[in-house]
Design a protein around this ligand. Sequence first.
Ligand SMILES: CC(C)(COP(=O)(O)OP(=O)(O)OC[C@H]1O[C@@H](n2cnc3c(N)ncnc32)[C@H](O)[C@@H]1OP(=O)(O)O)[C@@H](O)C(=O)NCCC(=O)NCCS
Length: 230
Amino acid sequence: MNTTKAHTPETKTRRVTVRHTRAQDVPRLIELQRRTYTMIEPWSEAKFANQLEVFPQGQIVAEINGRIVGTASSLVVMWDEWPVEHSWAEITGSGRFDPHTPHGRTLYGAEVFVDSSLRGIGVGRELYRARRRICRALNLRRIIACGRLPGYATHAGEMDIDLYCKKVLWGDLTDPVLSFQLHEGFRYCGVVPGYLPEDTESAGYASLIVWLNRMYDSSRPTHVAEGDIL
Ligand SMILES: CC(C)(COP(=O)(O)OP(=O)(O)OC[C@H]1O[C@@H](n2cnc3c(N)ncnc32)[C@H](O)[C@@H]1OP(=O)(O)O)[C@@H](O)C(=O)NCCC(=O)NCCS
């Protein structure tokens, strides 16, 4: 899928493209994930392989000039069967995506990250755009995710997490992840404590967010596509 032109001098002539993840992409994704998070273990090759086995249409990568610069990983869940206060490990099967439920109606965002040297030039936007396209193609009702709140660490001594999120919503503060997700059209639904305990930057909290698919047709079944969607 051809998408956008990036804006920095380094990348101004380069185009961001998004496609489905392939098995041979996994070593590069592990390398990127290791560089992205200091306190969170990168997924093993076996976890990536299982994700591609259970839901290949939900796994995507962004490329610039053929080099992978970001990724987004999703599964489908029966959202009504999950408590609001779930953990990342529970709903993703600790990253294996075994809870993937093909007849569910909710695309669940399990992970998104962009090469730290290439943030702010539209790569995340294209990954989110592709995720919305997958949601529509599968006739799913919505996308739900629990986003990290890495900006909270520097404010934790001054305010509780609810006030922090409100200040981000009000525009008084900017969070590197929640502000991006709000910008991408997601609605904030509250805080989930203990979502990812090892995420110390977010003090283990996550923001529950939703994007509604206005093209969702409840009279039609979930369309479980074969092959590529993008
Ligand atoms: C969150 C993340 C994926 C965003 O990716 P990105 O490529 O930097 O985002 P983009 O450049 O595509 O930004 C898309 C839009 O959001 C806006 N945006 C991005 N970050 C923003 C911020 N902190 N505040 C306000 N707006 C922001 C951009 O201005 C852009 O707007 P535009 O479309 O009008 O130009 C990236 O920062 C990242 O990888 N973070 C580390 C991993 C992580 O924590 N992932 C979240 C897991 S829940």
